[in-house]
Ligand binder design. Structure first.
Ligand code: NAD
Length: 249
């Protein structure tokens, strides 16, 4: 197993890509704490994980990811539950699609708060705990393929993911001497609930633009996170790994 005995925090781990990451981490032997936006969703995800993996060590928590103090406190408590912390996955995020003149500064700030500030907070809290424990670890963030070419609406979303890539590249260099590897995974269109609910006439034209000829499954993305949290990637840091079927639209 690739993550035997590793202790992992996964934000936005209650559904979609984050839930698939939690499943794959557990299958590879990790202890996992999933963070959700509310305690009820965290509890529901926890119950689902316990049913699927009765032997697994899993916890569910919530906190305001946009508050540094709250994240340090909650990550510290999660590390105490698990007996340490080896890997953080900053996956919680929101997407937006409003055109510029229907957009507001409040919406823009919302994307920045969760997709950028919360990711900074996750790096800070994770690195603090790992450094105090005197060992290294990994921190991996969910970016997006929109951080390559932007997207033609909802400007806050691609802007936030470009920022994620910059943060990852900078912190990989800063934290490398502490043996903390910092990377990102950049998914293309991935079949989470929202995408799965789209009608076929919307999905088919999208698929036509993807050279691999299909939409990504959450497990496709989760496998890249397993690699980056494992010793298989021991010389990989500062990378943004695309998992997008070579989509370029
Ligand atoms: P999702 O909406 O299914 O899941 C989002 C997760 O983030 C949930 O667990 C939710 O609880 C959490 N979350 C949302 N708002 C929160 C808040 N304010 N505070 C705390 N947690 C909050 O989305 P998903 O598609 O699984 O997306 C996960 C990540 O993948 C995001 O960062 C997203 O930008 C990225 N991404 C998704 C796709 C895609 O096609 N699905 C493509 C590229 C990147």
């Amino acid at each position: 197993m690739l993550l035997e005995g590793k202790k992992a925090i996964i934000t936005g781990g209650t559904r979609g890509i984050g839930y698939a990451i939690a499943c794959r981490f557990i299958e590879e032997g990790a202890k996992v704490t999933v963070f959700g936006s509310r305690q009820e969703t965290a509890d529901a995800a926890l119950a689902k994980l316990k049913e699927a993996y009765p032997e697994a060590d899993v916890w569910g928590r919530t906190c305001d990811l946009t508050s540094l103090d709250a994240v340090v406190e909650a990550f510290t408590a999660a590390a105490e539950d698990m007996g340490g912390l080896d890997t953080v996955v900053n996956n919680a995020g929101i997407s937006q699609s409003a055109p510029l003149l229907s957009y507001t500064d409040k919406e823009f700030a919302k994307a920045m708060d969760l997709n950028v500030t919360a990711v900074f907070n996750g790096h800070y809290a994770g690195a603090k705990i790992m450094e105090e424990a005197g060992h290294g670890g990994t921190i991996t963030t969910t970016s997006s393929m929109v951080a390559k070419y932007g997207q033609p609406a909802g400007v806050g979303y691609p802007t936030s993911k470009f920022a994620v890539n910059g943060m990852v590249q900078s912190l990989s260099r800063e934290l490398a001497p502490k043996s903390i590897r910092v990377n990102a995974v950049a998914p293309g269109i991935t079949k989470t609930d929202m995408v799965a609910a789209l009608p076929d006439e919307m999905i088919q034209p999208l698929i036509a633009t993807i050279p691999l000829g299909r939409i990504g499954e959450p497990e496709d993305v989760a496998n890249a996170f397993v690699f980056l949290a494992s010793e298989m990637s021991s010389y990989v840091t500062g990378a943004v790994i695309p998992v997008d079927g070579a989509a370029r639209s």
